[in-house]
Design a binder for this molecule. Sequence first.
Ligand SMILES: Cc1cc2nc3c(=O)[nH]c(=O)nc-3n(C[C@H](O)[C@H](O)[C@H](O)COP(=O)(O)O)c2cc1C
Length: 215
Amino acid sequence: MPLEFTRYPEAEQLARSRRFLEEMGRRRTVRHFSSEPLPYELVENAVATAGTGPSGAHQQPWTFVVVADPEVKRRIREAAEEEERRSYESRMPNEWLEALRPLGTDWRKPHIEDAPYLIVVFEQAYGVRPDGTKVKHYYVRESVGIAVGLLLASLHRAGVATLVHTPSPMGFLREILGRPENERPYVLIPVGYPAQDCSVPDLERKSIDDILVRR
Ligand SMILES: Cc1cc2nc3c(=O)[nH]c(=O)nc-3n(C[C@H](O)[C@H](O)[C@H](O)COP(=O)(O)O)c2cc1C
């Protein structure tokens, strides 16, 4: 079928590109959420945007579980804190703890219950045909990572805060959410508005010269 493609005049291209860069430059990871509700459609649209992502062999190897039920959030928080407590207390090597120190994080994860929504992203390690046989999936991690980037951009653009959270190991998410065996937890994303007194670590991003190589 013919491609639908919008070609903008150069000045408009540059303006759009700069505006997007400036907007994305203001995205910050939020770790203190208010429980103020937000329109569900913002979450659904973000998931739909994630679903527009490219994927290896167009296999779309992702599932997004949106959790709003306080009891399910409570169980996820409890299990995440248990894993995180063990990680912070004995499983993480010193080097890892040092790397996390500037972020000021610890095993406590109240944001899992405070945020009005959790988006739990699963990668589908393989597909399953209706007759139960397996379909090999290609470039699963890469595909899901790109989709999550689009999801974060959509929520940020709508003025909603997010946290990419990886309470390792995350096997409990599959059990609590009753997901099938071919799905592995990828990340857990609390979504909502920042708490009134929310602060963030004073981080610097690498400059363009640090990350871009021209040849
Ligand atoms: C794959 C991945 C895993 C992360 N896991 C955690 C996490 O478990 N807990 C946490 O507080 N932040 C987590 N983060 C957030 C990062 O710490 C954060 O993106 C980084 O410090 C930069 O801050 P910024 O997002 O505000 O630019 C994770 C980010 C990514 C991309």
